[in-house]
Design a protein around this ligand. Sequence first.
Ligand code: GLY
Length: 351
Amino acid sequence: MQIQVNLKDNPYKVFVDEPYFLELNTKVALLSNPKILGLHLNSLLKRIKCEELFIISVKDGEEYKNLASIEEILNQMFNSKLDRKSLLISFGGGVISDMGGFAASIYQRGIDFINIPTTLLACVDAAVGGKTGVNNHFGKNLIGSFYQPKAVYCQSEFLRTLNERELKAGLAEFIKMAIMFDENLLDFIENIDETTFLNANCKDEIFTQIISKSVALKARVVENDEKEAGLRMLLNYGHTFAHIIENQTKYKIYLHGEAVAIGMNMANSLALNLGLIDEKECKRVENILKKFKLPTTYKIKNLNEFYEAFFLDKKTHHQKINFILPHKLGQGIIKNDISKDMILKSLGQFQ
Ligand code: GLY
């Protein structure tokens, strides 16, 4: 299947489980990590022909998604004498696509890049839409750019080596989209048989369905609002909380999707306290998260510290925190007028 992302200046296609061969008349830097290269490099190389290929392998993990790694990537690109016509391929999960896109956006003021995601999370979300960047001491993804790939190639075969935890974490981002945009998707997710989802022999078809539904939805959102002025903010549902949790736990305890699952549950508590959703809807989401054994709770040690961290969120403007909440299931809303008391009361339920 091919899904077009119809951006006026940067249109591109996302290929989902389509055979492809990349004939590239240029130098290519292939950015990945040792684990992915060990598992999938040979298979990928059968699909690429180019002038020269340079492999850039960086450490695996969100804790390495920082400016030091970007510097290392850029140095290797300069050492390989890549020029403005060269191409960068990000081959990995969300950490790799975020860093690859960012490095491509600043190398000699910008070179082309494509994403070949190897995690479910990157296929359903991170690799599509052009958000690139790194974390720093102050928080997650606070440094970066909007820079669209030239194409994205999602292949279920690369997902076969993921472990259960990684698969479920990827599903969390899909659940997020369903709650924000489409209740029918939530029905679809509820009907996914957990064993089928995790079973190596029959999971490809379910992956193709999940990825294509998610990418189709995300493409429409990004076309509408590439730079996150409004609608795209809804894709941050759960993330306002998740980014703080990930930063507080130094990116070592939770996979991003797991933190998002907790964040969605926290956002739902707030939405419930505000009367935006009812107990039944709140429970429905919690049950879906629990069905896929995603975490739903986190012990907040210091309420005020957690609250203050909201002010570093990219969605906080003029000291107003923009919370992304479900209005009903399948429809999101942005609220920036919630009182501090109400926020603390909701956070207090996680102490
Ligand atoms: N991951 C959220 C977005 O791309 O907007």
